[in-house]
Design a binder for this molecule. Structure first.
Ligand code: AOS
Ligand code: ZN
Ligand code: ZN
Length: 388
């Protein structure tokens, strides 16, 4: 049986990064609803992220998005984060919102557009130097809408060249995390549609390039945990963009649509050593809260990942291995399901109390009056940018 003290220690050491855009207004292409009290600038986004960390104790880093997060002085923003017990996390680039990118960015047929896109990515690395961020997270909206629209192979060449230029600029301790996405906004073929394409580019680039698994970016029914296991085995899992998907890239709260899938993913993470800091896996949320208050929704999401992790840590690894070795299919499956069926909430409540936290982070946040305070104080909140 798993040692409960070790399970608690692993849970206490876990870190989950929250996205700056999750604190802003967001929506779908039909409507962006504004919520009272949303941040008006990156500083206020950090204030909200600090609340999430204060109540969960495991969310000390915040992903930024360039240019949705704009400041004159990045070092000052990093210092502001530090004063609040936070650090700035992954820098997310944006090569999809300029008119120039109609036919793509780093894969665009026109070298001038590719130059512009690569220039932006290099600027993002400059920002990482100033913020102390280790990861450049790349998601490309590049692709084609119609068969024959562009040469698929030529686009891969352009992608490889562009990535190589950015890779060469990475400093000591900096990494490139390449995200894949099956479709949207390109509908015929995206240029990085799947983990295999992302992995092939990362392999060609070198050890600082790794794949990001966004849980919303697959075809229905895809076995995501299998991808996770393969990437961990290859030492190329750079991190996760956790969110829930009912139908497409819904970006709803992690663990809301399919908590069992989240558990299966975390089981592969635990089984393959992905929770160890040396594995270098960044556990990030990539979510937007369209119709609910942002801060409690982020807290809930962090807790959902934490609960899935706790269940994964409770898998009796010895019993599982024994059942697998003996070919006892039902026993092996039962070991996994026993862990999944365990109510880990008492364990997590106890862990929080031991660490001086309120056992119920959402309730504690709602009691704190923060939501009412920001609703009264902040007028004209910032839009996240786009339903990411
Ligand atoms: C887009 O669909 C991807 O999920 C991106 O990771 C992300 O939403 C964007 O980069 C936000 O910055
Ligand atoms: Zn993502
Ligand atoms: Zn996405």
């Amino acid at each position: 049986m798993p040692d409960i003290a070790a399970v608690k220690a692993a849970l206490a050491a876990q870190r989950i990064e929250t996205p700056s855009w999750g604190y802003g207004n967001s929506g779908t292409r039909f409507k962006v609803f504004t919520r009272p009290g949303v941040p008006r600038d990156p500083y206020e986004k950090l204030d909200d992220a600090a609340r999430v960390h204060a109540y969960t104790g495991i969310a000390p880093t915040v992903s930024l998005h360039i240019p949705w997060d704009r400041v004159d002085d990045w070092a000052a923003l990093a210092a502001y984060a530090k004063e609040r017990g936070l650090r700035l996390g992954a820098i997310n680039s944006n090569t999809f919102q300029d008119d120039a990118y109609r036919l793509g960015s780093v894969c665009h047929p026109d070298p001038a557009v590719r130059r512009k896109a690569v220039g932006h990515l290099l600027d993002c690395v400059d920002i990482m130097d100033a913020t102390g961020s280790a990861d450049l997270k790349l998601w490309f909206a590049d692709g084609t809408n119609y068969p024959g629209q562009d040469d698929v192979t030529a686009r891969q060449e352009r992608l490889a060249e562009s990535l190589a230029e950015v890779y060469a600029r990475l400093g000591e301790g900096q990494r490139m995390l390449l995200e894949y996405k099956l479709f949207e906004p390109a509908f015929y073929a995206t240029d990085v549609p799947d983990w295999g394409t992302a992995y092939a580019h990362c392999l060609a680039l070198g050890p600082k390039a790794r794949v990001v698994v966004d849980t919303g970016h697959h075809a229905p029914g895809t076995n995501i945990e299998f991808i996770v296991a393969l990437l961990l085995r290859a030492g190329r899992l750079g991190g996760f963009d956790f969110n829930s998907r009912f139908y497409a890239d819904d970006d709803l709260m992690a663990g809301a649509a399919d908590p069992f899938q989240l558990f299966r993913i975390m089981h592969e993470v635990v089984r393959n050593g992905g929770l160890e800091p040396s594995a270098g896996v960044a556990f990030m949320l990539d979510q937007c809260h369209n119709v609910e208050d942002k801060v409690p929704a982020v807290i809930r999401s962090v807790m959902n990942v934490q609960e899935a992790t706790a269940k994964a840590l409770l898998v009796d690894a010895d019993a599982l291995a024994a059942a697998q070795r003996s070919g006892d299919v039902l026993a092996a499956h039962a070991v996994l399901m026993d862990a999944y069926a365990t109510d880990v909430r008492p364990l997590l409540r106890a862990l929080r109390e031991e660490r001086g936290l309120d056992p119920d982070p959402v309730a504690a946040y709602l009691r704190s009056g923060h939501q009412e305070r920001i609703a009264a104080e902040r007028v004209g909140g910032d839009q996240a940018g786009w339903g990411a």
